[in-house]
Design a protein around this ligand. Structure first.
Ligand SMILES: [Zn+2]
Length: 122
């Protein structure tokens, strides 16, 4: 499984370390559907999820265990906006429109830790 794109459930089960010593993402982050690269390793910071924000249903959960945060759209390799819900703009894969995989916050863009796949061992 060294070169697999790993879903969050597997990350949990196998206790894969997702952050590096700088609290940044240690692995490339990919779209769960089409596997497009969303964030390169090292560009996003792990932050707690704002519990008041629920993402529209995509996988089984609506409140991520944590988010990956970047300050600008330019940090993404590939991202798009999905429809807005209650004035909030959600992020989706620009290639396949899969998602939402995160949302736009105040001066930050957040990718849900459990809605992406991780390029572990790549
Ligand atoms: Zn995609």
């Amino acid at each position: 499984m060294a070169a697999d794109l790993v879903p969050y459930t597997t990350v949990q089960e196998t206790h894969i370390q997702l952050t590096n010593e700088a609290n940044a993402n240690a692995h490339d982050i990919h779209c769960p559907a089409c596997k497009s690269l969303i964030l390169k390793r090292g560009v996003a910071t792990q932050v707690e999820h704002d519990a008041s924000v629920n993402l529209p249903s995509y996988t089984s959960t609506t409140a991520p265990p944590f988010n990956w945060a970047v300050p600008t759209m330019m940090h993404f390799e590939n991202i798009g906006f999905s429809h807005a819900v209650d004035g909030r703009r959600f992020l989706a894969c620009a290639d396949c429109e899969g998602g939402p995989v995160g949302y736009a916050g105040e001066g930050t863009f957040l990718i849900a830790g459990d809605r992406v796949r991780y390029g572990v061992g790549r």
